[in-house]
Design a protein around this ligand. Structure first.
Ligand SMILES: NC(=O)c1ccc[n+]([C@@H]2O[C@H](COP(=O)([O-])OP(=O)(O)OC[C@H]3O[C@@H](n4cnc5c(N)ncnc54)[C@H](O)[C@@H]3O)[C@@H](O)[C@H]2O)c1
Length: 276
């Protein structure tokens, strides 16, 4: 039997990259999926990919930072498919004005704001409050809100659910991203550990994936800015970036009963970057 037969998964950020890879991999294993994303066209494409595998899917326009949107997203799972077993919180941004797929803007920003740069102290003093707040509200607050919305349904339905948050090695290592991003991902790690303890008695497991550098829209500029890409890959013992399927397989393990004794854990598929 497939590993998620009869399960319904909600995936935030499911329109691209890691979220889409999870949606497709989960569908291959028998799940129906609900995609929440701020970009409608990529989310609709994920729905097509899932349906092509013979599973049901629906996309819901969602701003991860909105409590109302997260409530609506979770409600669609229960209203459309009758249950909500798995949540993956893959919606995320590397900077406040990040738009998945707009590679040129991201690359320009890396130069403009000195990511490759010369003067790290200046870079710190120029982190704006708007930048800090927006990155935090999508990555960290958005994770917590999606979990609250899903857990309300899991508790009401008596579902022994599994929640997989997407943190990052940047949550543990300062070299893996800009300050607001790293701090927001540290928060995702603590949200995961804290809620794992709170929800264990209800039979709901919460685990995180802290990926290394994975080939998605978010990291596409690394190949366009060779000096930055080389610097980051120098810290990866396996000497290559990961691919979304490697994260989706990790998420599948955490989402399924194969990980039944895991909760509050953070797994790092990262080619050996983070070995502590
Ligand atoms: N790619 C990597 O190397 C890497 C490494 C570690 C962690 N991550 C994390 O993995 C997650 C997925 O990133 P990815 O690499 O697949 O990037 P991606 O750009 O391919 O996908 C991110 C998705 O999140 C969506 N999104 C962004 N803001 C949103 C919002 N406010 N509300 C709803 N959806 C929103 C985007 O539209 C996009 O579909 C992110 O949380 C990212 O921080 C990525």
């Amino acid at each position: 039997m497939a590993r998620l037969t009869g399960k319904v998964a909600v995936i935030t950020g499911g329109g691209n990259g890691l979220g889409r890879a999870c949606a497709v991999r989960f569908a291959e294993e028998g799940a129906d999926v609900v995609i929440g994303d701020i970009l409608d066209d990529p989310a609709a494409r994920t729905v097509e990919l899932v349906e092509a595998l013979g599973r049901r899917a629906v996309a819901v326009h969602t701003d991860a930072a909105s409590a109302a949107d997260n409530d609506a997203l979770a409600a669609v799972a229960v209203d459309s498919f009758g249950r909500l077993d798995v949540l993956v919180t893959a919606a995320g941004v590397s900077s406040a004005n990040y738009v998945s797929g707009d590679h040129a803007a991201i690359t320009r920003r890396l130069y403009d704001e000195g990511a490759i740069a010369l003067d790290p102290a200046r870079r710190f003093t120029e982190v704006s409050l708007d930048e800090w707040n927006r990155v935090f509200e999508i990555n960290a607050t958005g994770t917590m809100l999606a979990m609250q919305s899903a857990v309300r349904h899991m508790l009401a339905l008596g579902t022994r659910g599994s929640i997989v948050t997407i943190a990052s090695i940047a949550g543990k290592h300062p070299d893996a991203g800009p300050l607001p991003y790293c701090v927001s991902k540290s928060a995702v790690c603590m949200i995961t550990k804290h809620t794992a303890r709170q929800l264990a008695g209800a039979g709901i497991r919460v685990n995180a994936i802290g990926p290394g550098f994975i080939e998605t829209n978010m990291t596409a500029p690394l190949s366009e800015v060779p000096e930055l890409g080389k610097r980051l890959l120098d810290g990866v013992p396996m000497g290559r970036m990961g691919v979304p399927l490697e994260i989706a397989n990790t998420a599948l393990f955490l989402a399924s009963d194969e990980s039944s004794y895991f909760t509050g854990e953070i797994l790092h598929p990262d080619g050996g970057f983070f070995t502590e």
